[in-house]
Design a protein around this ligand. Structure first.
Ligand code: NAD
Length: 481
C-alpha cells in the first residue's frame, strides 16, 4: 500500500495544506510505510472551522433542512461507505493492527449501521414539542442543533468512533470538523471520498488529521460550539478544563478498566462462551476501551477460571492483522507496545503470577506484537489492576462472595463497561445493576447503536449512541407563545 494525499477535505472540496509537514502512517504488522498525508496546522483548522461555521450559519442551509432531507444524505453516505468496505478494512487494519476479521465487522458494517440508525431517528424524532404552560398559554420546546462540533477521535476504532459523533451531529443539523489521530489517517481520507460521492453538502463535515497540539487548538477555537472527544482520560481532563473555562459543552468517552465478574454458576465451556469472552476481554488486541480486563473469579472455582482464561489466551492465533485467521494482531505503535510491556514488567514486580504469555511471540520479529498474557493472583489494589494497559493483558482476581465481587468491581477510578458470566441471566442482571458503570453485559457485550454508550467516573461524561446520543448535539430553545 502506498497512498499519498496532499490536500485536506474542507468545505466539500480538496484544499491545499498551510504547511508542508506530513504524517507517514506505518503498517503495525510489518513496520512498512503505507503512504503520506499532510499534517494539519492551525491555519488548516481555521479553514475547516470557517467552512463548518459557514455551512451551519447559512439560513437556508443544512441546519435549516427538514430532518428527513438530511436523513436522505446520511443514507447515501452509508451506501458510499459500504461500497468502500474492503478499503476501510485494509486501511484500518494495516495502520492500527486490528485483525481484518474484527475490522470487517466493526469498522465498516458497524459505522454504516450507526449512520442509518440515526437517519431513521432524524425522520422519526420530534424536534419541536408543544406543551401547555402551567400559567396558561402554550410553550414550544425546540431541540435545535448545538452548532459547529469539534470531533476528536483515537486510533483504536477510528471509523466507528468517528461515526458515533458524525451520525447524531448530522441528524440534528450540526456541522463538524473531525481531527483523526495521526496513527489512523488513511481511512479518514476514504471517508472523505465517501462524503464527496454521497453529496454531503459543502462544509457539513471537514477532516483535518493532526497531533495533539492541533487538537488542542481545535478544542479552544472561538468558532466551535461543542467538543466531542474519545481518547485517554489524561487528554480528556485537559480538554474538560478548556471546555470548562469556555463554558463549552463537551462529551468525553475516556479510558476503562472494567470488571468481568464470573459467578459461581457460570458455564466455563470455551466451546460455548469462548467467542463472547474473547470479544469482551481481548477484542482488537486488547486495544478497546470497554474490555473487562479485571476478571473476578469466585474462590470456589478459582482454579477452573484460571484454567479457562489461560486456555483461551493460549489458543489465540497471533499474527499479521491482514491475515484472515489472525485473532490477535500487533499493538498499534512501538510506543504502545513499550507501554504494554512495561505493565507486564510491573505485574511481575508486584508478584502476580503469569499463567500464559508475558513476552513477544516467536517468529514475529517485525511489527509490534505482544503475546496474549494472563496474570493470576492479582491484588485489585495493584497497578496492573487499577491502570488501563490497552493491550492483550488480563488480571485475574479472586473473590469470596458476590458482595465482595461487587466491591472489587466498583473499586476502580473507571466505570465504562463490564460483564457478568452466569447460567442464570436474571441473577446476572441483578449483579450487573450493582456495578457502577455506564454499560455492562450479561454473558455478552457489544455496544449496540440503539442504546446509550459511555462511562461514569474517570471514564467520561455524557453518552453517545441511542436516541440519548442526539441530546449531545442539541440545545433546547423554549418559546412562550
Ligand atoms: P489520546 O488521548 O492520546 O488521543 C486521542 C485523540 O486525542 C487523538 O486524536 C489525539 O491526537 C488527540 N489529543 C490528545 N491530546 C489532546 C489534547 N490535549 N487536546 C486535543 N486533542 C488531543 O488517546 P489514544 O492513545 O489515541 O487512544 C487510546 C485511549 O482512548 C484509551 O485510553 C482508551 O480507553 C480511550 N478510548 C475510549 C473510548 C470510549 O468510548 N470510552 C473508546 C476508544 C478509546
Amino acid at each position: 500500500m502506498n497512498l499519498r494525499y496532499d490536500t485536506f477535505f474542507i468545505g466539500g472540496t480538496w484544499v491545499r495544506p498551510a504547511t508542508d509537514r506530513v504524517i507517514i502512517p506505518v503498517n503495525a504488522s510489518t513496520e512498512e510505510q503505507l503512504g503520506q498525508v499532510p499534517e494539519g496546522a492551525e491555519a488548516d483548522i481555521d479553514a475547516a472551522v470557517a467552512a463548518a461555521r459557514q455551512a451551519f450559519d447559512d439560513p437556508s442551509g443544512w441546519s435549516s433542512w427538514e430532518p428527513a432531507r438530511r436523513a436522505d444524505v446520511m443514507d447515501r453516505l452509508a451506501d458510499a461507505i459500504d461500497r468502500r468496505a474492503d478499503g476501510f478494512v485494509e486501511r484500518v487494519s494495516a495502520q492500527n493492527g486490528m485483525p481484518v476479521a474484527v475490522a470487517r465487522q466493526l469498522e465498516t458494517g458497524y459505522p454504516s449501521a450507526v449512520l442509518r440508525y440515526y437517519a431513521g431517528l432524524a425522520r422519526a424524532a420530534e424536534f419541536t414539542e408543544t406543551r401547555a404552560g402551567l400559567f396558561g398559554g402554550s410553550i414550544q420546546v425546540r431541540r435545535v442543533p448545538v452548532g459547529v462540533v469539534a470531533a476528536i477521535v483515537p486510533w483504536n476504532f477510528p471509523q466507528a468512533l468517528s461515526m458515533f459523533k458524525i451520525a447524531p451531529a448530522m441528524a440534528t443539523g450540526c456541522t463538524l470538523v473531525i481531527k483523526p489521530s495521526p496513527e489512523t489517517v488513511l481511512d479518514a481520507y476514504l471517508l472523505a471520498e465517501a462524503m464527496e460521492e454521497a453529496g454531503v453538502p459543502a462544509g457539513v463535515v471537514n477532516i483535518v488529521p493532526g497531533g495533539r497540539e492541533v487538537g488542542a487548538y481545535l478544542v479552544a477555537h472561538p468558532q466551535v460550539d461543542k467538543v466531542a472527544f474519545t481518547g485517554s482520560t489524561a487528554a480528556g481532563r485537559t480538554i474538560a478544563e478548556t471546555c470548562g473555562r469556555l463554558l463549552r459543552p463537551v462529551t468525553l468517552e475516556l479510558g476503562g478498566k472494567s470488571a468481568a465478574i464470573v459467578l459461581d454458576d457460570a458455564d466455563l465451556d470455551l466451546a460455548k462462551i469462548g467467542e463472547g469472552l474473547f470479544g469482551s476481554t481481548l477484542l482488537n488486541n486488547g486495544q478497546t476501551c470497554f474490555l473487562g480486563t479485571r476478571v473476578l473469579a469466585p474462590r470456589s472455582r478459582y482454579a477452573e477460571v484460571v484454567d479457562a482464561f489461560t486456555a483461551l489466551a493460549g489458543s489465540l492465533t497471533v499474527g499479521d492483522a491482514g491475515d484472515a485467521t489472525t485473532q490477535i494482531g500487533p499493538m498499534a505503535t512501538a510506543r504502545q507496545r513499550d507501554r504494554v510491556e512495561s505493565y507486564i514488567a510491573k505485574g511481575r514486580g508486584e508478584g502476580a503470577r503469569i499463567t500464559v504469555g508475558g513476552g513477544r511471540p516467536a517468529g514475529l520479529e517485525r511489527g509490534w506484537f505482544v503475546q496474549p498474557t494472563v496474570f493470576a493472583d492479582v491484588d485489585n489494589g495493584s497497578v496492573i489492576a487499577q491502570e488501563e494497559i490497552f493491550g492483550p493483558v488480563l488480571s485475574l482476581i479472586p473473590y469470596d462472595d458476590v458482595d465482595h465481587a461487587v466491591r472489587i468491581a466498583n473499586d476502580s477510578d473507571f466505570g465504562l463497561g463490564g460483564t457478568v458470566w452466569t447460567s442464570d441471566p436474571e441473577r446476572g442482571a441483578a449483579v450487573a445493576h450493582r456495578v457502577r458503570t455506564g454499560t455492562i453485559g450479561v454473558n455478552r457485550y457489544i455496544p449496540d447503536p440503539a442504546a446509550p454508550f459511555g462511562g461514569v467516573k474517570a471514564s467520561g461524561l455524557g453518552r453517545e449512541l441511542g436516541p440519548e446520543g442526539l441530546a449531545g448535539y442539541q440545545q433546547t430553545q423554549t418559546v412562550y407563545v
